[in-house]
Design a protein around this ligand. Structure first.
Ligand code: PXP
Length: 261
């Protein structure tokens, strides 16, 4: 039964590198944060090597490959350069994400429906690196069905619209275009569809210590990739503590699902 599955946490350490790159120093090291996250119970370390190298650098990827003891999930755009890097590094998991240079963070999921044949070719080459393959997509049944046809292992459903609706800024100063209940329903239905197609279902983007509770209560979500909120809390309470608190939040959310059974 899916609700009995312990939700796994992938800690995204990109923004440790963001702090370092802001000053061009050699600290803080994402590799140190990754080790602390693992000591605190993280199940996976996630990094996004962006084309513009705004945070994670090639050196970070190499160091993390050598030191991560759980699972290394490399997020990347579907480009030739990234294919070569994945082939060289051999991460445990690759998540393909859309990437536009001007965006602040990953905005919107991959259009698998519109790029099915190009992605099929790309995934067939990528599979040679031996990694589990994941696609970061919107919680949309058509995108999920198209992903299942490409035979990937995992879909990570974009939680950005839900998080925007659920955020503390959904007030007169920064009204959201999204309705929280509606977005949660969308995530619930999408997770059910993905699970019925035998895909592992992950969630990511914009999740924090509060809005994650309702998503963790959706039993089909097995994995959560969370970065900005954990790194932000780590600045105040330390990295291990911040990771432990997120693991607690995932478990609290999942318990709600069990109690409703
Ligand atoms: N998952 C994917 C695919 C992402 O692109 C990102 C952002 O890099 C995250 C998860 C983490 O998002 P956040 O930093 O908002 O927790």
């Amino acid at each position: 039964m899916k609700s009995a599955i312990r939700p796994r946490l992938g800690v995204n350490v990109d923004h440790v590198a963001t702090v370092r790159e802001a000053r061009g120093t050699h600290y803080p090291e994402p590799v140190t944060a990754a080790s602390l996250a693992e000591l605190a119970g993280a199940d996976q370390i996630t990094i996004h090597l962006r084309e513009d190298r705004r945070h994670i650098q090639d050196r970070d990827v190499r160091l993390l490959r050598e030191t991560v003891e759980t699972r290394l999930n490399l997020e990347m755009g579907a480009t030739r350069e990234m294919l070569e890097i994945a082939d060289d590094i051999q991460p445990d998991m690759v998540t393909l994400v859309p990437e536009r240079r001007e965006e602040q963070t990953t905005e919107g999921g991959l259009d698998v429906v519109g790029n099915a044949s190009r992605l099929a070719d790309y995934l067939s080459e990528l599979s040679e690196c031996g990694a589990h393959l994941s696609l970061f997509i919107d919680p949309d049944p058509d995108q999920i069905a198209a992903s299942a046809r490409l035979d990937v292992d995992i879909v990570e459903l974009h939680t950005g619209d839900y998080c925007e609706a659920a955020g503390p800024f959904t007030n007169a100063h920064r009204p959201s275009n999204f309705d929280r209940k509606q977005e949660l329903k969308r995530l619930r239905e999408a997770a059910r569809v993905a699970d019925s197609l035998d895909l592992v279902v992950a969630a990511g983007h914009g999740l924090d210590y509060k809005n994650v509770l309702d998503v963790a209560a959706i039993p089909q979500f097995e994995e959560f990739n969370i970065g900005h909120s954990i790194v932000s809390r780590a600045v105040l309470v330390g990295f291990e503590q911040a990771v432990r608190e997120m693991i607690d939040a995932l478990h609290t959310g999942r318990r709600t699902a069990l109690e409703l059974l």
